[in-house]
Write a protein that binds this ligand. Sequence first.
Ligand SMILES: Nc1ncnc2c1ncn2[C@@H]1O[C@H](COP(=O)(O)OP(=O)(O)O)[C@@H](O)[C@H]1O
Ligand SMILES: Nc1ccn([C@@H]2O[C@H](COP(=O)(O)OP(=O)(O)O)[C@@H](O)[C@H]2O)c(=O)n1
Ligand SMILES: [Mg+2]
Length: 215
Amino acid sequence: MGSTAEAATMSTHGSLAEKKPTVVFVLGGPGSGKGTQCANIVEHFGYTHLSAGDLLRAEIKSGSENGTMIQNMIKEGKIVPSEVTIKLLEKAILGIDNDKFLIDGFPRNEENRAAFEAVTKIEPEFVLFFDCPEGEMERRLLSRNQGREDDNIETIRKRFKVFLDSSLPVIEYYAAKGKVKKIDAAKPVQEVFEAVKTIFTPKDNKVKHHFCAIL
Ligand SMILES: Nc1ncnc2c1ncn2[C@@H]1O[C@H](COP(=O)(O)OP(=O)(O)O)[C@@H](O)[C@H]1O
Ligand SMILES: Nc1ccn([C@@H]2O[C@H](COP(=O)(O)OP(=O)(O)O)[C@@H](O)[C@H]2O)c(=O)n1
Ligand SMILES: [Mg+2]
């Protein structure tokens, strides 16, 4: 998490439309395990993890002029205007010397999606979608213990509604383009990561492993 906060304060050069990094969007309901699995992917596959929520929380802490507005929206489970979030993502990506990024928790609505596309001209490689029943997500959020102001039952219910009304349509948009890789996220962390690994492992590697196994 520290790395996203640091990156957000680093100097920037050029624009995202120029840098054109490889981007994977990591989506799923609140508590589906996006952050947990992104940490695993970073360790094994050389991506940099950027959580839109972490960047927004760092922006509140930095005392920025938008801080109070962001804080109020997060408390209500609402989606912060794209302009703010995209600026933070852009600054982070341009400040990090890598060309492969996991963008976690973004785009969360149609406005996020269309604005990112218009500003950066970047199409995601694919969209990783962690599919998890609401009851399981609720249990996880209520025991997350990270001191988050939005992990209370009242805000959690609002976040679930925003997910169904605004975020699922974005996933459906990419599904219609054949870009969604759906994962059953209700299983234990390690089992979910086995499924994630299959997606990130290059195909020729899979073939090699297969031959090694039968030799
Ligand atoms: N597969 C899993 N099974 C059980 N608990 C999980 C699993 N994945 C994550 N968790 C826990 O659930 C909580 C939410 O996970 P997190 O990765 O923060 O989700 P998200 O970023 O999607 O909100 C954390 O406390 C995390 O440790
Ligand atoms: N693209 C985004 C991502 C998060 N957010 C805000 O940040 C909150 C927390 O997002 P998060 O991704 O850290 O939450 P989790 O899904 O990880 O639980 C959301 O409920 C929104 O209020 C946003 O406004 N726009
Ligand atoms: Mg998260």
